[in-house]
Design a protein around this ligand. Structure first.
Ligand code: SF4
Length: 74
């Protein structure tokens, strides 16, 4: 299963990932940063397994993140 890795601390809350993949991403009303929905936190990163169906949108989210904090592991 592919995984999304989110280095959340450096998120600037631009909403781009939410626009690409709203099933996986939302903006937190508390701190304005994006949340990887359903992810598990390990040290400073949030990790979520996704199906291959969800891969394309999230690869676009990773590509367009202006601070480069979304990584996809295949
Ligand atoms: S695209 Fe990157 S900086 Fe923008 S909200 Fe998503 S994770 Fe944060």
């Amino acid at each position: 299963m592919p995984k999304i890795v989110h280095y959340r601390e450096n998120c600037i809350g631009c909403n781009s990932c939410v626009e690409h993949a709203p099933k996986q991403w939302k903006i937190s009303p508390e701190d304005g940063k994006s949340v990887l929905i359903g992810s598990k936190k390990k040290k400073d990163v949030h990790i979520l397994e996704i199906s291959t169906v969800e891969l394309e949108n999230n690869e676009l989210a990773a590509k367009d993140c202006p601070v480069g904090i979304i990584k996809i592991i295949r």
